[in-house]
Design a protein around this ligand. Structure first.
Ligand code: F6R
Length: 594
């Protein structure tokens, strides 16, 4: 949540800062601002999107500056609460991503000492603490200020007449982009892709002092070496490439994402990670933790692992697990996180590790915090996912789960060969779904005027129903609930009727008959039914009001094709309703606060 950037070099800072902020809007977009060193410190900020701020600005001369795009945690979105925040003198400006837990106490102390704070944010205490400790040495003042702070932060500090930027992180991501006689600081890689592919990933507890020609990383005042990495993503990966929205582009990238992700696993010629659990694996099983869409991938992972390896799998929201009384799993756990920065997931990893558990992280972001604190990382190769609604990363996570499970599979060898062959055919099957886009658009038109909907599925497609409903509600603002098909009659039937359509995910597996019966029961209550059914299914057409045909695949792979249909359905419903698809209200891509 919140994206921060910094630039120091020989070029004008403000166009670079605004361009980089635009690339980070997926992290928050309820207000934004920049501060540039130009004589003193000039601050421009408002409760607007980056493009609007850009329009309102006249050229500024400075070549050093910082910027912020916000997802409000403390204080409503407004000009006064937008970052950067300054000290009393207006000579120190700070941008911050994270949460200062003890800001109330600090604020009272600072006010008592005569500081004047004008916003409702937690962040504003930081520049004032730096002001308090500043005695001619900015780094020292930042170090002392951070000692007073409890919570999470990635910060960049700019001070008038100091020809450097000071950055620090704890539990929030921060990277340095290394350029030629210029350097960049940012929350995430897309912000710097236009300028450099050389990156330094800062560690928790690091402080970086960045000038145009030098990056110095320190810990507790002493210099430490941090290696420079090369970013594998390119500029085009983070652009719309002619699509109306990032979400549509990312949905369409999925055949390639599947191919890229599998190619890497296949080339490695070894299991993606060691799933064998010390002791009696069959008794202890595996724990999978995640949030949101990644949690839905985790639920599908449960079906995949239980079906293939025949061991019990427990899946929990990371956010719930962190508060559960249960002792951490003793052996192995998998965490799934696209960004690798979700606060609840990171906290869960730490808790698991403290309990002696080995943690395998499935993540899409190289160098992310999850990848650095887990014992083993399995990367998905989805490329940068800019749209707030996760699509391609979800499908890539499923690939990782299939590839994790297949080497330990207890199905017979012929079946295993068939499954691997079919897995490799999935890009073609997903392409077939994409080729059917116009039929999905037509169905979207039929349901886009409703305000309440159910999505139902059974077995391995129950989490697909959950994911379909989540996609719809987050981008179209229609209230949708995913339900296990068999559960609908245990209460929600009371809500059925002609104004409550039901989207039914029908798979050609042992759940088929039951879900067909369910559809008949729903139809008897006048709810319009839109069904997803496999090629050659003669029955569903006679029952449902509309049918979207999906390519035939082994039931274990049906979540992949069905999920892509539901992504497109949500996309076209939201488009029909004129919603801001890539940047839904109140949301941010990477939830770095609890
Ligand atoms: C929904 C969505 C979120 C994320 C969730 C976890 O489309 O994107 O529900 O899935 O915030 O994020 P990661 O996977 O980055 O931990």
């Amino acid at each position: 949540m919140c994206g921060i950037v910094g630039y120091i070099g020989e070029k004008k800072a403000h166009p670079i800062l605004l361009n980089s902020l635009g690339k980070l809007e997926y992290r928050g977009y309820d207000s934004c601002g920049i501060a540039v060193a130009a004589g003193g410190i000039k601050v421009y900020k408002d409760a607007v999107r980056v493009k609007a701020l850009q329009k309102a600005l006249s050229p500024i001369d400075g070549t050093t500056g910082i910027g912020h795009t916000r997802w409000a945690t403390h204080g409503e979105p407004s000009r006064v609460n937008a970052h950067p925040h300054c000290d009393c003198t207006g000579r120190i400006a700070v941008v911050h991503n994270g949460v200062i837990n003890n800001y109330h106490t600090l604020r009272e102390q600072l006010t008592g000492e005569g500081h004047i704070l004008s916003s409702h944010t937690d962040t504003e205490v930081i520049p004032h603490l730096i002001e308090k400790y500043y005695e001619g040495d900015l780094e020292k003042a930042v170090e002392l200020a951070l000692r007073d702070i409890e919570g999470s932060y990635a910060i960049i500090v700019l001070m008038a007449d100091e020809y450097k930027l000071v950055a620090a992180r704890k539990d929030s991501p921060l990277i340095i982009g290394v350029g030629d006689r210029e350097n960049f600081i940012a929350s995430d890689v897309p912000a710097i892709l236009d300028y450099t592919s050389r990156v330094i990933y800062l560690e928790d507890g690091d402080m970086a002092v960045v000038t145009a020609g030098k990056v110095e990383v320190k810990r507790d005042g002493a210099q430490v070496a941090r290696k420079e990495d090369k970013i594998l993503w390119n500029v085009e990966d983070a652009q719309k490439a002619g699509y109306e929205h990032f979400m549509l582009k990312e949905i369409h990238e999925q055949p390639k994402v599947i191919r890229d992700t599998l190619t890497e696993y296949i080339a490695a010629a070894e299991p993606a990670a060691d799933l064998a659990v010390a002791g009696d694996m069959s008794l202890e099983g595996i724990l999978i933790l995640a949030c949101g869409t990644s949690y839905h991938a985790a639920l599908i992972g449960k079906y995949i692992i239980e079906e293939l390896i025949k061991i019990p799998v427990r899946v929990e929201f990371a956010s719930e697990y962190n508060y559960s009384g249960l002792a951490p799993a003793r052996n192995k756990a998998i965490v799934i996180t696209q960004s690798g920065e979700t606060a609840d997931v990171l906290r869960a990893i730490k808790r698991l590790k403290e309990g002696g558990c080995q943690v395998i992280a499935i993540t899409n972001v190289v160098g992310s915090t999850a990848s650095r604190i887990a014992d083993r990382t399995v990367y998905t190769r989805a490329g940068p996912e800019i749209s707030v609604a996760a699509t391609k990363s979800f499908v890539a996570q499923l690939m990782a789960l299939y590839w994790l499970a297949l080497p330990y599979s207890r199905v017979d060898i012929r079946k295993l060969d068939d499954l691997i062959m079919e897995l490799r055919q999935l890009p073609i099957k997903v392409q077939q779904v994409l080729d059917n886009e116009m039929a999905i658009l037509e169905c979207a038109r039929q349901i886009s005027d409703f305000e309440n909907m159910f999505y139902i599925g059974r077995g391995i497609n129950y989490p697909v129903a959950l994911e379909g409903a989540l996609k719809l509600k987050e981008i179209s603002y229609i209230h949708a609930e995913g339900y296990a098909a068999g559960e609908l009659k245990h209460g929600p039937f009371a809500l059925l009727g002609s104004r409550t359509p039901v989207v039914a995910v029908v798979a050609q597996d042992n759940t088929y008959e039951a879900i067909v019966t369910g559809i008949k029961e729903i139809k008897a209550r006048q709810s319009p039914v839109l069904a997803l059914a496999g090629e050659g299914d003669e029955t569903i057409g006679g029952l449902a009001d509309s049918v979207i045909t999906v390519p035939q695949v082994d039931p274990i792979f049906s979540p992949v094709v069905n999920a892509v249909v539901l992504q497109l359905l949500a996309y076209y419903v939201a488009r029909q309703r004129g919603c801001p698809i890539d940047f839904p209200r109140n949301l941010a891509k990477s939830v770095t606060v609890e």
